[in-house]
Design a protein around this ligand. Structure first.
Ligand code: UT7
Length: 342
């Protein structure tokens, strides 16, 4: 639970943490539903009615997660009015890192010239950005660093099986970023909740290429290097956990859904967002949706939507913003942020 802003006697003072800038990068190449219907047995009608997706973007062959992450980070730093050398911590959330090691965060650091930062990656699938935000918030609140750059960057078109219509139509590429800072705002990030349940790991995973199934001719022949998902099961858990997480985050902030101005949900399926909307009791106008353009971009989903909402003027100073995500692991998270910049 978030520490109170005014700590009890003897407790160390925690600083409030604000989102000082956001950015996004989406690769140029568009893959439409019609393009996919030429690759696998599917239709535009099926994809739109079951998911809400119309297009997704695909990175160039020479574009890795760090390249997209660095592009999004540059925008976020510009929005915050900061130089890369002012960043003390870089956390990159990704399930499609450049390589097992070094971390994608270290590659982003190199691309930015953020020479005063330390960096590492977080693997929490589609919840990764909220996980990164929570870790960075705590590092800033306790005074360990002043400025953190958090990034969700994914190149999922390289991780899906282009012969499996149940997954390949769903995912796209892109990156989103945010700069977190202690800037003396009264609230900033007001509350958060993270959760995970490893008992359900098999429902959504990419089994090959790690120490369980090191890459071999056999693992490739078995297509273990591609993502596997039990979509219907994942759907049910996503709805339940995203609702619970949002309710807990609001409770921790001492707010109700009526206090929220904008909701940024992980964009995995429009029907998931609609189901959450009904049960949380928020009108659909409060939800920021961009799934039709990008599909599911995992850890990049929440920060890309956040950045678009800010740039479109949907999020204004003083607004209360609710972030909600769910992903493989399973992992989930929600965060309540008071927007304190113009
Ligand atoms: O980001 C991390 C979290 N991920 C999610 O939250 C994803 C959660 N799951 C979902 O969004 C949905 O379950 C899917 C979009 C993946 C699938 O939608 P669904 O309504 O749950 O479909 P289903 O899996 O129950 O499949 C229904 C039918 C099946 O055919 P039969 O068995 O009824 O004949 C599938 O084979 O749809 C078929 N199908 C397709 N048909 C055309 C599955 N994929 C496709 C496809 N095109 N691309």
């Amino acid at each position: 639970m978030n520490a109170p802003l005014i700590p009890p006697a003897g407790a160390r003072l925690l600083r409030t943490v604000s989102i000082a800038g956001t950015g996004a990068y989406i690769p140029e190449k568009v893959l439409t539903n019609a393009d996919l219907a030429r690759l696998v047995q599917t239709t535009d009608e099926w994809i739109v009615s079951r998911t809400g997706m119309k297009e997704r973007h695909m990175a160039r062959p020479d574009e890795a997660a760090s390249d997209m992450g660095a592009a999004a980070a540059r925008q976020a730093l510009a929005a915050a009015g900061l130089a890369p050398t002012e960043v003390g911590l870089i956390i990159c959330a990704s399930i499609t890192p450049d390589m097992p090691f070094p971390s994608t965060a270290c590659f982003v650091q190199r691309l930015l010239g953020a020479t005063n930062a330390y960096g590492f990656d977080i693997t929490a699938a589609c919840s990764g950005f909220i996980y990164a935000a929570e870790v960075a918030k705590n590092a800033i609140a306790t005074g360990s660093v002043d400025t953190a750059l958090i990034i969700g960057a994914e190149r999922l078109t390289g991780a899906v099986d282009w012969e499996d219509r149940t997954t390949c139509v769903l995912f796209g590429d892109g990156a989103g970023a945010a700069v977190l800072r202690a800037q003396g705002a009264p609230h900033g990030i007001r509350s958060s909740i993270l959760g995970s349940d490893g008992r359900l790991a098999e429902l959504l995973m990419l089994p090959g290429g790690g120490s369980r199934h090191p890459t071999s001719l056999e693992t490739i022949q078995q297509r273990l290097h591609y993502m596997k998902m039990s979509g219907r099961e994942v759907f049910k858990h996503a709805v339940t956990k995203m609702i619970e997480a949002a309710q807990t985050a609001l409770q921790r902030a001492g707010l109700t859904i009526d206090d929220v101005d904008v909701i940024i949900p992980h964009q995995a399926n429009l029907r998931i967002v609609e189901a959450i909307g009904q049960r949380l009791g928020a009108p659909k106008e409060k939800y920021f949706i961009n799934i039709e353009k990008y599909g599911n971009i995992s850890a990049a989903s929440v920060p890309v939507a956040l950045d678009e909402a800010v740039r479109a003027g949907r999020i204004k100073k003083g607004d209360t913003v609710l972030l909600i995500a769910f992903g493989g692991g399973f992992t989930w998270g929600s965060m309540v942020v008071e927007w304190d910049r113009d």
